[in-house]
Structure formats: structure tokens, C-alpha cells
Design a protein around this ligand. Structure first.
Ligand code: GLN
Length: 482
């Protein structure tokens, strides 16, 4: 009875006492035991702790009794937190991340550790040091990444909702590939305290859900100012559901010409164009816009992200966190061997690249210049948002690719992020929601529609996304293999 329940539906059952929090958890755990071995979304879950949490659930709170799956990069006190890396193996979080504290305050509780690309570096969940995750729509394909476990779990109905993190698309792209809703809030909206850092000027935690309404409910719970994160925004608590239910009359949707170019899979393009038509029929007004610096986004992102990663990951040296190599003779070999054994190939590649772009002789040519172009990308959006309320595009130029298809070609993998990374560079909000299916090699695979909003524009995304979901049924489709 509880498969594929949304938070809203589950809350209704709980509040009317049709089901108890413990029954809800038990049914979910049964499903996890049968389905997780097929897609490997969860790395682990703590049955005992979840039971305790369910037993003391306070149903009067907005998310009372709701279990939320957690990406392995987010700390939950006492639980393993490896960021899917060998170097953190054995590490257990000494405190709750602020988002977890906030979830608990809203009555929800964390359930399980969800697989991801190692330190969130990747677009397929294949760089996880433990195992890949598989796409529930076709297990020969990847679920996207880096929050692939978070998206696959929701899509397969083995989590009602999950948290992921998005540095360059890691919530939105897997949401698109798995057919669920993924939202990256405005930078600073959600505290990063207790998120294992990848690139601190870009990282942002956000929800993955079945519906847009659930996404707003979860953002209500996790967002807010936090004295532990100096980049968290000093804004009063907001109700992100407050514009849900309003129609689309007069909403100006920007269609950026740079996002409708050669190289998009035809099926993806068609679905996105149909979604735009649907929004127009609901009252929205389309306006063609230009984001002229789009072509530089991927290069700028991979300079900034690697520079920040090389600095953030310097702390994993075998002294303080997780793993220490047994093959050490002295202090230097302790650092070297621990890092050699603990990091995977993609993480090493990024540390090397990031260290290079920060080296004094190259700093001006790469890092400084990238920061300047980042400003131009942000200005493109600021200009565009003078004319439109939100921007619409495909989340990814393609549907889910095959396992192994890009893992040995980093450049190809990096290009998978072409439509998502600009929002992170600009610090603005973005959401992916299902807009149909495209057939590839005989399989129907989910297509994601991306809505990009200005800083603090989340309410508009929820309003438009919800109106679209009220008029369509794509979000109610589920994979048949399970
Ligand atoms: N795929 C991108 C990268 O590898 C984005 C990752 C993310 O958002 N965490 O950097």
C-alpha cells in the first residue's frame, strides 16, 4: 500500500491513523530488502535506529513520521559518512549536519546512507569506491550522479524522499535520469554545515522527491540561517508552498537560445518543447533570451571546482579522518600512501588539476580568469531575469547512458553537465522535473525538464512546477521492472 507514496500522501495516512510510523517504516524496509540488491542505491541502513526514531515520531509536526534517505556526504550523528570514498572508511559522524537537525525538528528522521560518486565527483555514480548504482528504469544504465543513490531510491519507491547535494548538477541530473523531482536551492539557502565539502562556493544540499509539492515541504524543513555556515543567508524562514496552487497566467518563461542547440538527443528536445507548449497553454508567456557566456561554463566550472576540491581534500592525510595506510615508514609516506590507497582515479585527477590551476605561475591564467568569467555568467542571468520570471531548458542533453559508457572518458563525462553547472556558478536556484520519456536503443527513458530561477526564486519554481504536474501525469509513472 505504501510503495511510491509521496510525503503528502504518507502524512495523510499517518495523521488519519490509517498507518502507524512503525508500519510505514516496516513496509519501506521490506521493499528496500527486495529492491535494493537490484539497483544498489543504499550503501547501508540502521534498522535499529530507524525503529527507535519511528517509535517516537511526533505526528503533530509538519513531517512527523517521515523517513528521509540521506546521501553519504551528509553527516548523521553516529552513522557512517564516507562520501563513497575508501579514505573515509570507518569514519562515523560525531554530530548531525544542520539539515539533519532541521529534519528532526520538523518531525522527520534520516534513514540509510545513499550511494554517490566519490566525494560527489562524477555524473554517473560509477566513481563510488564501493559499487555503482543502477537506474531503476533500465539496470544496464547509470542513474546519473553524483546523487545517483538518492535519485534511484526515490524512483524505485524505496525512499519517499531523499537529500542530495548539487555542486554542478548532482541533484538535477540524476533526478532527470531517474524521473523524479530534484531541486537545487539558491546558494546559501540551506546550511552546508555537516556536508562533506567538495567545492564550497558551489555546494548546496537539496531534496529529491516524487512531487514538486513534496520538494517545497522538504525545503521548508531543511532551509534557514545557521551560525555554523557563514555563507548561509540571513533571511527569515519562508513557506515555500505559499505560491503552490497559483496558475501560470502572466508568468514569463525565458527560452535561452544557447540551450537549444545541436547535440541534444531528439527525443529530449521534443519532450522539452512539448512541456513549454503545455506551460503556454496554462497561461505562461514565452520569451526568447540569450545567455551569451554559456559556452564557457564547463571550462570555468572545472577550473573552480578542482581548485576548491584540491584545497578541501587536503585534510584527508591519514591523521584525523577515516583511513590510514598500514604501509608507512615516516610522516611523508603516511600522507602519500594514505592518499594513494584512499582516493580513486577521478578524485586524484581533480586534486592534481586543482593544485595545478592554483600554482603561483598559473593562478592568473586559470583560476583568476575563471573567477572573472564566472562573474560574466552570473551577469547573463541577472540580465535575463530582468525580462523573465524563470528559464526553461532540458536538464541534460541526453537520457541515462549505459554503465561504462563514459567512465573512461572524463571529458565526455564532464560535458554531461553542460546545462546544469551555470546555475551553480551563478548561485541561483534550479529544479528538474519529469516531462515524459524518450526512446533510446529500444527503451523508454525519463526526460528531465529544468526550471532555473533567480536568487531566492524558489517559490516561482514550485508554483510553475506544481502547475505543470497538475496538468500532466509524468510524475506518476514508475519503472516496471520492480
Ligand atoms: N558532475 C559534476 C562534477 O563531477 C557535478 C557534480 C556535483 O554536482 N556534485 O563535478
Amino acid at each position: 500500500m505504501t510503495s511510491y507514496l509521496s510525503i503528502t500522501e504518507a502524512r495523510r495516512l499517518l495523521v488519519t491513523k490509517k498507518i502507524s510510523p512503525l508500519e510505514l517504516l516496516t513496509e519501506l524496509e521490506q521493499r528496500i530488502s527486495t529492491i535494493n540488491p537490484k539497483i544498489k542505491a543504499y550503501l547501508s541502513w540502521d534498522h535499529q535506529q530507524a525503529r527507535l526514531d519511528a517509535e517516537k515520531a511526533d505526528l503533530t509536526k509538519p513531517l512527523g513520521g517521515i523517513p528521509i534517505g540521506i546521501k553519504d556526504a551528509i553527516l548523521v550523528q553516529g552513522a557512517p559518512a564516507y562520501s563513497s570514498s575508501r579514505i573515509l572508511e570507518g569514519y562515523h559522524a560525531p554530530y548531525d549536519a544542520t539539515v539533519i537537525k532541521n529534519l528532526r525538528a520538523a518531525g522527520a528522521y534520516p534513514l540509510g546512507r545513499l550511494n554517490m560518486d566519490e566525494f560527489a565527483m562524477g555524473s554517473s555514480t560509477e566513481t563510488s569506491a564501493f559499487h555503482p548504482t543502477y537506474n531503476p528504469w533500465d539496470v544496464s544504465r547509470i542513474p546519473g550522479g553524483s546523487s545517483g543513490g538518492s535519485a534511484a531510491a526515490v524512483a524505485a519507491g524505496i525512499a519517499m524522499a531523499t537529500l542530495g547535494s548539487d555542486t554542478g548538477g548532482s541533484i538535477r541530473q540524476p533526478a532527470a535520469f531517474c524521473g523524479c523531482v530534484g531541486m537545487k536551492p539558491t546558494y546559501g539557502r540551506v546550511s552546508r554545515y555537516g556536508l562533506i565539502a567538495f567545492a564550497s562556493s558551489l555546494d548546496q544540499i537539496g531534496p529529491l522527491t516524487h512531487t514538486v509539492e513534496d520538494s517545497a515541504l522538504l525545503l521548508n524543513a531543511i532551509s534557514g540561517v545557521d551560525s555554523h555556515d557563514s555563507t548561509s543567508l540571513l533571511l527569515p524562514k519562508e513557506d515555500f508552498t505559499s505560491e503552490i496552487g497559483q496558475d501560470l497566467k502572466g508568468v514569463r518563461i525565458g527560452i535561452p537560445k544557447e540551450y537549444f542547440v545541436e547535440g541534444i538527443e531528439p527525443g529530449v528536445r521534443t519532450r522539452v518543447e512539448e512541456a513549454i507548449k503545455q506551460m503556454i497553454s496554462l497561461g505562461a508567456e514565452p520569451i526568447e533570451i540569450s545567455l551569451p557566456h554559456t559556452e564557457y561554463a564547463v571550462s570555468v566550472y572545472y577550473i573552480i571546482v578542482t581548485a576548491e576540491a584540491s584545497s578541501n581534500l587536503a585534510r584527508y592525510d591519514g591523521v584525523r579522518y577515516g583511513k590510514r595506510s598500514a604501509q608507512t615508514k615516516d610522516l611523508l609516506s603516511l600522507y602519500e600512501q594514505t592518499r594513494e590507497e584512499g582516493f580513486g582515479a577521478e578524485v586524484k585527477r581533480r586534486i592534481i588539476l586543482g593544485t595545478y590551476v592554483l600554482t603561483s605561475g598559473y593562478y592568473d591564467a586559470y583560476y583568476l580568469r575563471a573567477q572573472k568569467v564566472r562573474r560574466l555568467i552570473r551577469q547573463d542571468f541577472e540580465e535575463a531575469f530582468k525580462k523573465v520570471d524563470l528559464i526553461v531548458s532540458a536538464t541534460s542533453p541526453e537520457t541515462a547512458f549505459r554503465c561504462g559508457e563514459k567512465i573512461n572518458d572524463p571529458l565526455k563525462m564532464y560535458l554531461a553537465d553542460i546545462f546544469t553547472i551555470a546555475a551553480n556558478l551563478a548561485g541561483i536556484c534550479g529544479m528538474s522535473l519529469p516531462c515524459g520519456f524518450a526512446s533510446k536503443e529500444g527503451k523508454d527513458l525519463p526526460v528531465g525538464l529544468q526550471l532555473i530561477g533567480p536568487s531566492f526564486g524558489e517559490k516561482m519554481l514550485f508554483r510553475v512546477g506544481h502547475a505543470y504536474q497538475q496538468a500532466t501525469e509524468w510524475h506518476t509513472q514508475h519503472p516496471s521492472m520492480l
